[in-house]
Design a protein around this ligand. Structure first.
Ligand code: ADP
Ligand code: MG
Length: 264
């Protein structure tokens, strides 16, 4: 449309220059906004700013999208999707994390609570917040992290792996406590926590209170040292209530699913 109204030499040159800058949306925005700029009497500066703004915001969005896809989330869940009526007590504090300030301060987040209360949902949502704030994110279960660290250790690559992981602004460890760790695994996990301490953020979720982590890690001393580092700079949230998965099904809690077989 407007391309015809722009001097064609200039359009050709913009085409060439936008390609050289690897900024295809500059070309698109330059032609599309030119007519609007003439009609509305924008200054040259207004027009240039509007064109560059399109490129920058598209880059930010596609960067965030790439980081979200690379993070390995099980499913895409956001803070906007979360029904706060189910967890009113933590609404304000978790909502405040959306500013991303916890990432620049290398603070951690711990989400505790029974199954189905939204721990993985909120961990994922905060991961998406981080990706949108320009941080690289990795999401995996505790078991997967231990496998990854064990593999690195076996190949003599643990320090290199930990150094690589430190370049991620956020690492999410889902489901601490679903499976108990071997002693070796507990030590590897401790090294992950130590290497990020006061340097980059961790989010952990667990269905067990901290007091039960000694059993998970097979060693009270390792668990205590680890929890100490995790919570020193952390927001700890305890989610409450019945499983969101079972809402509206007349089932109050998970164990009753098994014991109330005939109930309808
Ligand atoms: P947990 O990790 O605590 O076991 P999840 O986060 O996996 O629980 O939640 C189970 C399911 O219920 C998911 O599909 C999640 O999106 C949904 N869910 C849980 N809590 C809420 C909530 N308050 N609002 C919206 N969806 C929720
Ligand atoms: Mg979960």
């Amino acid at each position: 449309m407007s391309a015809t109204k722009m001097p064609s030499d200039a359009v050709k040159q913009i085409t060439y220059l936008a390609a050289a800058l690897k900024a295809p949306r500059i070309l698109e925005a330059a032609t599309r906004l030119a007519e609007q700029a003439r009609d509305a009497g924008w200054t040259h500066e207004d027009y240039l700013a509007a064109v560059l703004e399109r490129e920058v915001s598209a880059r930010n969005a596609s960067g965030a999208e790439l980081r979200i896809r690379a993070a390995g989330f099980g499913s895409r869940k956001t803070l906007e999707d979360f029904d706060w009526d189910a967890q009113p007590a933590i609404r304000q504090q978790v909502g405040a994390l959306a500013s991303g300030g916890f990432l620049t301060e290398a603070r951690n987040v711990v989400l505790l609570g029974p199954p189905g209360t939204g721990k993985t949902h909120l961990a994922t949502a905060l991961g998406i917040v981080a990706a949108r704030h320009g941080q690289r994110v990795l999401f995996a279960t505790a078991t997967d992290w231990v496998t990854r660290l064990s593999d690195a250790h076996r190949h003599g690559q643990l320090p290199a792996e930990l150094a690589k992981l430190r370049r991620y602004g956020l690492i999410i460890v889902d489901e601490v406590g679903y499976l108990p760790f071997e002693q070796d695994a507990a030590n590897l996990f401790f090294q992950l926590v130590s290497s990020r301490y006061e340097h980059a953020s961790l989010i952990l979720t667990s269905n067990l209170p901290f007091s039960a982590w000694g059993g998970v890690f097979g060693d009270q001393a390792v668990a205590a040292a680890m929890i100490d580092r995790i919570v020193h700079h952390a927001d700890v949230f305890t989610l409450k209530g019945a499983s969101y998965r079972l809402r509206g099904r007349g089932i109050d809690s998970l164990p009753s699913v098994r014991t109330q077989e005939p109930a309808n």
